[in-house]
Design a protein around this ligand. Structure first.
Ligand code: COA
Ligand code: AMP
Length: 626
């Protein structure tokens, strides 16, 4: 058995010993009494009795251990023409001061703070400052509109919101403050204070005393110390798309999270203390939480915060420029970003002009890595390209080629093998394991390893119902796929109504809710269809109310604008068709799967459960865009 196989075996047969050893890399203020508390299944808790502070482990500890002068964060922003490096000492001081500012605004341990931030250093400082005082942050991605922000504010009930005057999307300045003001108007939960970082590109008028200027608050603040929190206390809530329009508040604890991320940095990514790690994502997504902020900093790495796009800021060589300039050792990105680069620079010419000698590997996640993109990236970079599969709920990789342990042979199209800690199984509709090669529900046997979600924010019931009920004793990932005879896992796509657009996880249910809000719409369906760059894009189909007299083209434009206004530009719904009817089963369920298959050019037979086959036949040319 190789190094990987032995580690995997140990993690499954004796998780207490395995994670107990891994926990030694974390600085505990009070060591845990128990590694795994399995006294109340299906709820499991890691490191009960332990106390620590995640910010202490990410910052202060490294200063104390001699990394004070090492770069902790490199902010590289082609959209503002800025590059700035913060040492561990500087980042600790900034964070301590902002933590003091939060305390001065009345934020206390256990209070929630919503962050609606662009990719600026203040976003990282605000997250770590919350961790420092034991407040629970909830970052909302900047591409979401006011209503989505309001939904999250009402669920998390924050004491304060931290935001900025604007974001910068390529050359477009996106004013954040009006979106925040609108969200606060829509939300029923009253927010006491908003801290606003004013940016040079656009300054926002502040409504005092509710609104507070970031710089003034920090200047007036006393630095705050790290407070001890229980390992099982929440560090953050991150909302993610589920089947319905109501997002799920994934909870992350402090202790399990610190242990798992620290372990994953070395064993999955092969990153060591002092390395430069760059996750080209956004702090609004789980990749940003885990591998822009916490993973690299818990490990004593230098993390890169990139405010730009893979293309257009200024060109498709941007990733290679950043990787070369900052001597990046490990790069983590989404396949869609590589496809966007490849489309503009098919020969990979722009990579050859940069010194990428420090780069050890490119990791890709967030959506399926198609073999063609894999081959292009591997050929262009001449480095290992590692597909790995995970999700917001797990917080770190479930399936990967664990370079840090052992480099296994690559099978393009498969993210490789289960990561230690994750007991991956494939179950059929009756709940029995299926043979190798046969598709089914990809599930994880309980208990999940440390760092994964212990529950949903104040909703144990929804946690159990969404994830633990379909296959008792197992966590339902929502992905379908199979395991082959060599133990490699193949993820074939979601089995629910979640879609993945340019690496962004979105709910077709929430888009349908938005479309149904239009007075002319009787019913609708949104499906995700294949796209050469974004992986998937949503397409909408609406049936008008009897007597509704609307010009289809004008209505389609209105509906696209409606979804953009209600969910945000990130929804990227560009196409809505008005159709006479939607295909349904005899029990009235819309046959979205059949619609999706036809739109993707598959030869889809008429489902046996269909109510009226003529409806599906009439829709085929629209779906295929004949
Ligand atoms: N704030 C405001 N608006 C945002 C935003 C943000 N943080 N992020 C995206 N948007 C907007 C975009 O400007 C775009 O607006 P538009 O419709 O007016 O052009 C819209 O949301 C859709 O954005 P996106 O899907 O990202 O498409 P794009 O055409 O701007 O860029 C890619 C395409 C592939 C270059 C880009 O999607 C990309 O870099 N993807 C990688 C995603 C990623 O890293 N995901 C994290 C998982 S690892
Ligand atoms: P998110 O929660 O935003 O990280 O999205 C998680 C979902 O993205 C997963 O459930 C998968 O559907 C998809 N996904 C992420 N990584 C991969 C991958 N490497 N291969 C296939 N699908 C992936």
């Amino acid at each position: 058995m190789g190094v990987y196989g032995a580690a995997y075996e140990r993690s499954i047969t004796d998780p207490t010993r395995f994670w107990g050893l891994a926990a030694r890399d974390v600085r505990w203020l009070v060591p845990p009494d128990r590694v795994l508390d399995d006294g109340a299944p299906p709820f499991y808790r890691w490191f009960t009795g332990g106390e620590l502070n995640t910010c202490d482990n990410a910052l202060d500890r490294h200063v104390a251990e001699g990394r004070g002068a090492q770069p902790a964060l490199i902010y590289d922003s082609p959209v503002t023409g800025t590059a700035r490096t913060y040492t561990y000492r500087e980042l600790t001081n900034l964070t301590a001061r902002f933590a003091g500012a939060l305390l001065a605004l009345g934020v206390r341990t256990g209070d929630r703070v919503v962050l609606y931030m662009p990719m600026i250093p203040e976003a990282v400082v605000a997250m770590l400052a919350c961790a420092r005082i034991g407040a629970v942050h909830s970052v909302v991605f900047g591409g979401f509109a006011a209503r989505e922000l309001a939904l999250r504010i009402d669920d998390a009930r924050p004491k304060a919101v931290v935001s900025a005057s604007c974001g910068i999307e390529g050359s477009r300045v996106v004013p954040y403050k009006p979106l925040l003001d609108e969200a606060l108007r829509l939300a029923s939960h009253p927010v006491r204070h908003c801290v606003i970082k004013q940016r040079d590109a656009l300054r926002a008028p502040l409504a005092c005393p509710r609104d507070v200027d970031w710089d003034e608050a920090v200047a007036a603040a006393e630095p705050a110390d790290c407070v001890p929190v229980a390992a099982t206390d929440p560090l953050y809530i991150l909302y993610t798309s589920g089947t319905t329009g109501r997002p799920k508040g994934v909870v992350r604890d402090n202790g399990g999270h610190a242990v798992a991320l620290r372990w994953s940095m070395e064993n999955v990514y092969g990153a060591r203390p002092g390395d430069v790690f760059w996750a080209a994502s956004d702090v609004g997504w789980v990749v940003g939480h885990s591998y822009i902020v916490y993973g690299p900093l818990l490990t004593g790495c230098t993390t890169v915060l990139y405010e730009g796009k893979p293309v257009g800021t200024p060109d498709a060589g941007a990733f290679w420029r950043v990787a070369a300039e900052h001597r990046v050792n490990v790069l983590l990105a989404a396949p869609t970003a590589i496809r966007a680069i490849r489309r503009e620079d098919p020969s990979g010419r722009l990579a050859t002009g940069h010194d990428l000698s420090a780069l050890e590997a490119l990791f890709l996640a967030g959506e399926r890595l198609d073999p063609e993109t894999y081959r292009w990236a591997a050929g262009t970079l001449g480095r290992p390209v590692v597909d790995h599969w995970w999700q917001t709920e797990t917080g770190w990789p479930i399936v990967a080629n664990p370079r840090g342990l052992e480099e296994l042979p690559v099978k393009p199209g498969s993210p490789s093998v289960p990561v230690p800690g994750f007991a991956v199984r494939v179950l059929g509709p009756d709940g029995d394991p299926v043979p190798p090669g046969v598709d089914g529900d990809v599930v994880l046997r309980l208990p999940l390893p440390p760092g994964t979600l212990p529950t949903l924010w104040q909703d144990d019931e929804r946690f159990v119902e969404s994830y633990l009920t379909r296959h008792p004793g197992h966590y339902l990932t929502g992905d379908g796929g199979h395991v082959d005879a060599d133990g490699y896992v193949w993820i074939m796509g979601r089995t629910d109504d979640v879609i993945n657009v340019a690496g962004h996880r979105l709910s077709t249910g929430s888009m349908e809710e938005a479309l149904s809000g239009h007075p002319a719409v009787a019913e609708c369906a949104v499906i995700g269809v294949g796209d050469p760059v974004k992986g998937q894009v949503p397409r909408g189909f609406v049936v008008l109310k009897a007597g509704a007299d609307a010009d289809p083209a004008a209505l389609a434009g209105e509906l696209v604008a409606l979804v953009r206004a209600r969910i945000g530009p990130v929804a990227a719904l560009r196409e809505v068709a008005v159709v006479p009817a939607l295909p349904k089963t005899r029990s009235g369920k819309i046959l979205r799967g059949a619609m999706r298959g036809i739109a993707d050019g598959e030869d889809v037979p008429v489902p046996s459960t269909i109510e009226d086959p003529a409806v599906l036949d009439a829709l085929r040319p629209v779906l295929r865009r004949d």
